[in-house]
Ligand binder design. Structure first.
Ligand code: CP
Length: 334
């Protein structure tokens, strides 16, 4: 695996089908969780640069911890607030606010680091631009070193791997992991929010759960909040949240802004917020959210503070997802 920017990078692992490759990566992550320092020799004398063009708490800290567990030195650089303003467009006439072209900066990062990890967000102004993934592609093009996505304009693969690790863990604890005929029902439900958010986490979760193939997957959202079919294809999609939640084993709560009429909020109807009442129709479903969460907007206090919430366990697992992926990148790239 040269880079890690989406589930498609796993297709290159060992010639396995993607579902098996995801399972293998999940097992590696759980092995790291059981023995965090067991592969400390792997990253000795290696350095990872974690470049942030946008804010982060979980992704930043979990990636640093994962790298250090593998013996790597992790250096964080807040490019967005502390670095020179980068230009990403080819053949740009740089007479505006950008100071340095990615074509010049990325090879320098490549000299300093063995792995480059990048976080960027979409503008939510121009769908074509955002979905071209220009920023991360330009780093891959010019850095000359493996690139790890810490969330890009359209995807958040480390979050999605974490989510499948967490679901697998819960399935193992309940003894359901060996019974492939009894797939868990996973429901991703849209939630209200006060401002337009990217589609990254929702796109990525749909992409990974579909590729995994181990669940009955349902997406529910209000009308006009359809996501790109490039990621949802294979899932059942409904506007009826109550119907969707029926018999769910896992409920994944996330807001996203509109995809077709790009980057808008049409409604923030509180009736879409997940409450304990709505969980009554589920199979005592575990409730997931990538965090940060707007309490009593996306999710009620009673759910977040109650026994069904696994959001802290989920966030804790970010370390093991990052560690499993870094292990793959270190092994594949010497
Ligand atoms: N879930 C997630 O990516 O959290 P941060 O934005 O805090 O990194």
């Amino acid at each position: 695996m040269r880079n890690f920017t989406s589930v498609n990078d796993l297709a290159l692992l060992s010639g396995e089908n993607t579902g098996d490759a995801i399972d293998a990566l999940v097992q590696k992550a759980l092995a790291h969780k059981a023995n965090p320092f067991g592969r400390k020799e792997l990253g000795t004398n290696k350095r990872i640069g974690c470049l942030f063009l946008n804010p982060s708490m979980r992704t930043r800290l979990s990636t640093q911890i994962a790298a250090q567990n593998l013996g790597m030195e992790a250096i964080v650089f807040n490019v967005g607030s502390e670095g020179w303003a980068l230009e990403f467009e080819e053949e740009a006439i740089m007479s505006g606010t950008t100071v340095e072209h990615i074509k010049d900066a990325a090879p320098v990062f490549g000299k300093y680091f063995d792995i480059l990890a990048i976080r960027t967000f979409p503008s939510l102004k121009n769908r074509e631009d955002d979905y071209s993934e220009l920023y991360i592609k330009q780093f891959i093009r010019y850095a000359g070193t493996p690139v790890l996505s810490l969330e890009s304009a359209t995807l958040h693969p480390l979050q999605s791997l974490t989510d499948i690790i967490t679901i697998t863990e819960l399935m193992q604890q309940s003894g359901r992991d060996n019974d492939r005929d009894k797939k868990p029902k996973i429901v991703m439900t849209w939630a209200p929010h006060v401002k337009p958010l990217p589609q990254c986490v929702a796109n990525s979760f749909a992409q990974w759960i579909n590729a995994w193939g181990r669940a009955d997957f349902v997406i529910t959202h209000p009308e006009d909040y359809e996501l790109s079919e490039a990621f949802t294809n294979g899932a059942t999609i409904t506007h009826n949240q109550e119907e969707a939640l029926k018999d769910a084993d896992f409920v994944y709560v996330k807001n996203w802004s509109t995809f077709h009429d790009y980057g808008k909020i049409y409604e923030s109807d509180p009736k879409w917020m997940l409450t304990n009442k709505k969980l009554e129709g589920t199979r005592d479903a575990k409730v997931m959210h990538c965090l940060p969460v707007r309490r009593n907007v996306e999710l009620s206090d009673e759910v977040l503070d109650g026994p069904n919430s696994i959001v802290t366990q989920e966030a804790g697992n970010r370390v093991w997802a990052a560690q499993a992926v870094l292990e793959e990148l270190l092994q594949s790239n010497g």
